[in-house]
Ligand binder design. Structure first.
Ligand code: ADP
Ligand code: MG
Length: 261
């Protein structure tokens, strides 16, 4: 028996994490006086854990989250309008498995994008494909593809992920064709994939946001059919932090100027 080839064989079997940590793991097995069977389990666990970590990192890369935000980093005490139990429940991702929609509504700065990214990361962890996109970026991409005769491809692109996160509907006015384009996307994903949508406007205002009340109703009809709607209230977290630091003494500035702070 020639153990010299072991690293080479492990590489051929694509067990590279195991190859790289072999000496450490064998030392650990010896120290813990593990049986052969237990040692094999320890070695397999190391490889499996490494692959799982790599899968998650790849999924997070593909999702294109604009920043890192986690549920652990969310201060529920600062946001009493949210039920932590409900958010933890959503983090289990059954709604993604079911293809449900999730709407996070509320004024600027209350943590909608934070939760959208955090729940998106949970979905990746649970093995679902996720794509994050800003609403205006999405509409612009669809409109351009439409003009260039590539709408089908673009719709297919945005329909592919099991969970599509569309952030910030309502912050900027959409172009005239936006309602139709968004409707086509929502229809295509309907009852197949999940959507997580954040908006600073209540759904009753979406007619104005999309500039077309009839199509906005059709969009909402599909989105709300199997959906969870969470409305967050309260002050902007950013302004709250500033007030705490003594930088602001008065009440929060109007929402329009909030983003510039
Ligand atoms: P929104 O999307 O509702 O406008 P964001 O999610 O962008 O708000 O929140 C603004 C900033 O405040 C972000 O940096 C976010 O991480 C932080 N934030 C908001 N709410 C909380 C919270 N409850 N706990 C921790 N950080 C928060
Ligand atoms: Mg936001």
């Amino acid at each position: 028996m020639d153990a010299d080839h072991l690293p080479e064989m492990l590489a051929r079997l694509k067990l590279t994490a195991l190859r790289d940590r072999l000496d450490t793991l064998l030392d650990e097995a010896a120290r813990r006086e593990l049986s052969l069977r237990e040692t094999l389990a320890l070695l397999c666990e190391a490889e499996v854990a490494h692959r799982e970590e790599r899968r998650i990192q790849m999924g997070l890369g593909i999702a294109k989250f604009p920043f890192v935000r986690t549920l652990e980093g969310f201060d529920f005490d600062a946001q009493p309008s949210l039920d932590p139990k409900q958010i933890r429940d959503l983090a289990a991702c059954r709604w993604v498995a079911n293809g449900d929609a999730l709407l996070l509504l509320g004024p600027p700065g209350v943590g909608k994008s934070h939760l959208a990214v955090a729940l998106g990361r949970e979905a990746v962890r649970h093995g679902y494909s996720v794509l994050f996109v800003q609403a205006t970026e999405l509409i612009t991409a669809l409109a351009r593809a439409h003009v260039e005769g590539r709408l089908e491809d673009k719709l297919a692109h945005y329909a592919k992920a099991k969970l599509l996160i569309v952030d910030e509907i309502g912050y900027l006015p959409f172009e005239p064709n936006a309602a139709h384009l968004f409707f086509q996307l929502v229809s295509r994903r309907y009852e197949r994939g999940s959507m997580l949508v954040t908006s600073n406007r209540s759904v009753s205002e979406w007619g104005t946001v999309f500039g077309d009340p009839v199509v906005a109703t059709a969009i909402l009809d599909r989105l709300l059919h199997h959906s969870h709607v969470i409305t967050i209230r309260g002050d902007s977290y950013r302004l709250r932090e500033k007030r705490r630091a003594g930088l602001l003494k008065t009440n929060p500035a109007p929402a329009v100027t909030e983003n510039t702070l």
